[in-house]
Design a protein around this ligand. Structure first.
Ligand code: UDP
Length: 318
């Protein structure tokens, strides 16, 4: 019998990291999850500890990373990832994207692992090309509040490409657009958990600015499938993965009101600095190269996510 492939997933206790752990376990891999629990939660991976195919290392990837034995793949998903989180933890955000990526690329080079990084639509900044194609270089304010995340991710891409061209490390870059689903944190500050949390608690729903800014929300299972396909492909330039179904934040808030049946109203708050006015992925590359496109509609995905939050709150209040 052939030995299982072995994969290291950083940020394993986070929203995306934990879904990736599940997917790779299901595909027959041995998974090593790594996290320092800065924003992650053990609740997300508790169910995996009984499996012999799963190991967990409590470790901060900005410090030297050592993994004994062979390692076929490394997925670097550790980072604060919501605007509120990276405003609270600017230095850690910069370090995990830069020093963390450097350490893990060193590990990938040493172990001859295939290396995939979680980049982001944030590298496009407040985009003046719409929808965003991978060829667009972006419009980022390096010294604004979002700069710590955006520039760390841009550096991460540059470092990854340098290891690819100079050290011949086998690399992949996924640019992730707004994603939602079970295991998001209710208090992470992102629009979806914030509005659903407010509706559940009977508070008014906060929309920033005039709500005319747009986003395109992808359900987590679709995103994970796109990442899986990219890892297995031989394409080494960045690929956008996201759902192109674009809506305004006002429309989104109305959908949450309908979904939850709340009687509360929308209240308007100040738009955060450098908040992108529009965002929609061009997914032509993902379609052509990976034969991937999202399958789960927002109506379907929101229903599942709402149920997750209701169950979580009910469990916690018992
Ligand atoms: N937003 C909002 N109300 C909230 C939280 C966020 O209107 O309570 C807006 C935010 O200003 C942005 C959009 O919703 O325009 C998406 O914000 P999020 O933090 O989810 O992610 P982003 O795409 O900005 O990284």
């Amino acid at each position: 019998m052939s030995e299982n492939k072995r994969i290291l997933i950083t940020g394993a206790a986070g929203f995306l990291g934990s879904h990736l752990c599940d997917r790779f376990i299901k595909e027959g891999y041995n998974v090593i999850g790594m996290d320092n629990l800065l924003t992650g939660s053990m609740d997300n991976i508790e169910h995996l500890f009984k499996l012999k195919e799963f190991d967990f290392y409590f470790h901060d990837v900005t410090k030297f990373v050592h993994i004994p034995g062979k390692l076929d793949y490394i997925l670097h998903f550790a980072s604060p990832a919501s605007p509120i989180d990276y405003l609270k933890m600017p230095i850690q955000t910069l370090k995990v994207g830069s020093l963390g990526t450097h350490n893990l690329l060193g590990l990938a080079k040493d172990k001859k692992s295939r290396f995939l990084i979680a980049s982001t639509s944030e590298i496009y900044g407040d985009p003046d090309v719409h929808p965003q194609t991978e060829e667009y270089w972006g419009n980022v304010n390096p010294i604004g509040p979002r700069g710590v995340y955006d520039e760390a991710k841009r550096f991460m891409e540059a470092m990854t490409m340098a290891y690819h061209t100079f050290h011949k490390v086998d690399t992949r870059i996924v640019r992730i657009f707004n994603t939602y689903g079970p295991r998001m944190r209710l208090n992470d500050g992102r629009v979806l958990p914030t509005l659903i949390g407010q509706a559940i608690r009977g508070e008014d729903l906060t929309v920033f600015g005039d709500g005319s800014q747009t986003r395109s929300f992808c359900y987590v299972d679709d995103l994970i499938d796109g990442i899986y396909r990219l890892l297995k492909s031989d394409y080494t330039n960045p690929v956008n993965i996201g759902n192109p179904d674009e809506i305004t934040i006002n429309q989104f808030a109305e959908e949450i009101i309908k979904l939850t049946g709340t009687k509360q109203k929308i209240i308007y708050k100040q738009l955060p600095l450098d908040d992108p006015k529009q965002r929609q992925p061009d997914i032509t590359k993902a379609k052509e190269l990976l034969n991937w496109e999202p399958k789960i509609s927002r109506a379907e995905g929101l229903k599942i996510t709402y149920k997750f939050f209701l169950d979580k709150i009910a469990k916690e209040s018992n």
